[in-house]
Design a binder for this molecule. Structure first.
Ligand SMILES: [Zn+2]
Length: 113
């Protein structure tokens, strides 16, 4: 898939299996800030890939705006709690936000192959 731009940084999207990409083991997708890429499990049905990609883009945006550091510095959360809160934001906020954009025809999700 074509790379995407997340807050000014290139992010590659790679569809792979967990044998070639051990980071995917037990997960549908993951984002690596250091590698600048999102991995999506190729075993996922194509219709399920977009929500997972949306979730991982949520993580990429959170990293780009340093949300974990904000939570640690401003709200004195532990690293672990900041990480859990970021996950919660990506799990709860991102799908509803994308759904809102879609319902208003402001978003046409890609076919993720
Ligand atoms: Zn997540």
């Amino acid at each position: 898939m074509k790379p995407i731009n997340v807050v000014g940084s290139r992010v590659d999207i790679v569809i792979a299996d967990d044998e070639e990409e051990p980071d995917l083991e037990g997960r549908d997708g993951c984002y690596s800030h250091d590698e600048g890429r999102i991995l999506i499990d190729e075993d996922l049905a194509p219709a399920l890939r977009w929500p997972i990609l949306g979730h991982e883009i949520g993580h990429a945006v959170c990293k780009a705006i340093s949300i974990e550091h904000q939570l640690i510095d401003q709200f004195h959360l532990s690293d672990n709690d900041a990480e859990k809160l970021e996950e919660l934001i990506c799990r709860l906020f991102v799908p509803v936000f994308l759904d809102t954009l879609e319902r208003n025809k402001w978003l046409r999700p890609p076919v993720v192959r």
